[in-house]
Design a protein around this ligand. Structure first.
Ligand code: UD2
Length: 315
């Protein structure tokens, strides 16, 4: 893919998804600035590209820093956020200052500095637990957590900035992203990272509920692909896109695959369902396919293999 820009800012570029995006941009010959306050990001994620990028430790809430790093950029990829749903439930106000006000500041810095396009990371959380499957972008959102409200608010602001100020904005609703660099250390980390660590340490996983719940897991490199397409395609501007695979797997099935990869024979332990858990999640990616030419490139088996190799070599 030929990118139509050279200078990019990645907020949250030291995080799980951001760091993969930064590596890809550097690989395309872009001049990349990363803005990250390292609250959940980690410089180790950028080890392979650290001498090819400009890294600024700073906050999206700080206007002056934002102005400094935004100046001269053509595209902003905005991934910085309080990423834990639980954290936003515990502290809706503080998380809104980052997730909402921070995003508004990013959009406004982009407007003031004549940046062409902003690609924002949103979430399938905006759909809530509406029973229709697959989830398509035309469905009415039903946010069920401060996190989901914050992401949805950002989508509305993005659309507004497009209409009011002509800033090109694209929002990407990620489904369950997995891959290397995902931090497995909290009980609310992504299930794949948790299960992989358990399998490596020969510990049985805990499955909440009967394990029949399903998720659409998308490999982080495919999420990067979606970001690059979103930054490039004319038709993307002012729109929202699901980023998933349109395939789902049950949590029981997931453990079977991971246990097989790890040669672990332990059966899973089951606990009560997690409060607020949705049962099924599946993306329609028709819009992303049609307008962006998005096509997930990594099969689930291959993505799991690459992810497992990374955790095994000592995440
Ligand atoms: C995902 C997103 C979250 C939000 C939400 C919206 C991730 C990591 N989180 O939450 O940010 O967008 O979707 O719906 O992508 N599970 C177990 N055992 C464990 C951990 C998890 O059984 O040790 C189950 C869990 O109960 C759930 C499933 O695995 O049914 C996936 O859990 P998750 O925390 O990875 O992601 P999810 O879909 O709850």
């Amino acid at each position: 893919m030929a990118l139509k820009f050279r200078k990019a800012l990645v907020t949250g570029g030291a995080g799980f998804i951001g760091s993969h995006l930064v590596e890809a941009l550097v690989g395309h010959g872009c001049d990349v600035t990363v803005l990250d306050n390292l609250a959940s990001g980690n410089l180790a994620n950028l080890a392979r590209v650290q001498d090819k990028i400009t890294f600024v430790k700073g906050d999206i809430k700080d206007d002056r820093t934002l102005s400094r790093v935004a100046k001269g950029c053509e595209v902003v990829f905005h991934l910085a956020a309080v990423v834990s749903v639980t954290q936003t439930v515990k502290d809706p106000v503080l998380s809104a200052l980052v997730n909402e006000m921070g995003t508004l500041r990013v959009l406004d810095a982009a407007r003031k500095h004549g940046i062409r396009r902003v690609v924002l990371s949103s979430s399938s959380a905006v759909y809530g637990d509406a029973p229709q499957l697959p989830k398509s972008e035309s469905m009415t959102p039903a946010p069920m957590s401060p996190y989901a409200v914050q992401k949805l608010t950002n989508e509305y602001y993005a659309e507004l900035y497009h209409r009011l100020y002509g800033l090109e904005t694209v929002c990407l609703r990620y489904f369950n992203v997995y891959g290397p660099h995902q931090d497995p250390s909290s009980p609310y980390s992504g299930v794949i990272s948790i299960f992989m660590l358990r399998a490596i340490n020969d510990q049985a996983p805990l499955i909440y509920g009967d394990g029949g719940q399903t998720r659409d897991f998308v490999f982080v490199k495919d999420v990067v692909q979606a970001n690059l397409l979103a930054a490039t395609h004319e038709a993307a501007s002012g729109r929202v896109f699901n980023v998933g695979t349109s395939n789902s797997v049950s949590i029981n099935g997931l453990w079977e695959l991971i246990a097989r990869l790890a040669g672990c024979r332990l059966p899973a332990k089951h606990e009560a369902p997690r409060p607020g858990d949705i049962l099924h999640s599946l993306a329609s990616i028709q819009r992303a396919k049609e307008l962006l030419g998005f096509q997930p490139a990594i099969t689930f088996e291959e993505g799991l293999r690459q992810t497992f190799a990374w955790y095994r070599q000592g995440a």
